[in-house]
Write a protein that binds this ligand. Structure first.
Ligand SMILES: C[S@@+](CC[C@H](N)C(=O)[O-])C[C@H]1O[C@@H](n2cnc3c(N)ncnc32)[C@H](O)[C@@H]1O
Length: 279
């Protein structure tokens, strides 16, 4: 459901542009919005996005496949009993956000979104202003205390009950130098048995040349990226048991119809998997 303030903001674009944001340096949130056909991006974002699409046109299909993975993963987690989600690196709201997918299945499901990008946060605040069971926190994945102890997080999520931790298309913005495995361990330690994590991540395993060029272009943005290999991606699930079908390209993860996979799932440029907390 789109509320009236959010709908108005789509018409009057000034509503959603927060003050003091960097309009000159492209951001991953706004690039992704562009790939998905959204309008919450600026000239510098569009210029870089066009360069990315020129060297790797499959990025647009990757973004769509990533959203489709998110939808399937949320439904899977709800079927597995999850009734609350922590969606980190949630992005600028688009079609089929986590609370909308989950609450179709159970309206009482609670969702906390986290992002460190001002446009994503401002837009989410508008979208969620009438939603009692969903909140946005402006925080950085690399600051687990800032995420886990935020007032909104504590108000909505019960850490004695299973949580679905979503990290879709965000960890490739956390380089090894920032120690993503150690950060993930902090989140894992806060989770109750039965919790799950869903992760998607860009890889250059099958298309290294295209990915190298994409990484070079993203190095000029606010979010330089680090693609990871299959082994590096799998290692992010330490302490979790990866559920069937394991680590696969996005379209191969529990497709709704066999024909959704296509002949070249590796063209999605990204792995996806879901892990269950080992208790
Ligand atoms: C490609 S979008 C993914 C959006 C959504 N998760 C999805 O899969 O459709 C990546 C998002 O991660 C956010 N992000 C990047 N680094 C982050 C960090 N360190 N902490 C929080 N959010 C981050 C960006 O601002 C952006 O909104």
């Amino acid at each position: 459901m789109i509320n009236s303030r959010y709908a108005a903001s789509m018409v009057n674009r000034d509503h959603w542009i927060p003050r003091n944001i960097d309009l000159v340096t492209p951001s991953s949130a706004r690039l992704y919005d562009y790939y998905l056909g959204g309008s919450n991006n600026f000239a510098a974002d569009r210029e870089l996005a066009r360069k990315v699409l020129a060297v790797a046109p499959q990025i647009r299909a990757t973004a769509l496949a990533n959203r489709a993975f998110l939808r399937r993963a949320v439904r899977y987690l709800v079927a597995a009993g999850i009734r609350q989600f922590l969606d980190i690196g949630a992005g600028i709201p688009t079609v089929g956000n986590t609370h909308q997918i989950a609450q179709q299945l159970d309206p009482d499901i609670r969702v906390v979104y986290v992002d460190n990008e001002p446009v994503a946060v401002a837009h989410s605040e508008l979208l969620l202003s009438d939603e009692p069971n969903a909140e946005i926190v402006e925080a950085d994945f690399r600051d687990p205390a800032g995420v886990l102890d935020a007032r909104e997080t504590r108000a909505l999520l019960d850490f004695d009950q299973p949580i679905g931790l979503l990290l879709c298309a965000v960890l490739h913005y956390v380089p090894d130098a920032d120690r993503p495995a150690e950060i993930l361990a902090s989140y894992r330690e806060a989770l109750a048995p039965g919790s799950h994590v869903a992760i998607t991540h860009i890889t250059g395993d099958d298309q290294p040349d295209a990915l190298r060029e994409v990484a070079e272009l993203y190095a000029t943005s606010q979010n330089p990226g680090q693609p990871r290999s299959r082994d590096e991606f799998t290692a992010l699930f330490a302490g979790f048991e990866v559920v069937e079908p394991g680590v696969v390209y996005l379209d191969q993860w529990r497709p709704e119809r066999p024909e959704d996979v296509g002949e070249h799932p590796e063209r999605s440029l990204a792995y996806g998997a879901v892990g269950r907390l080992v208790s």
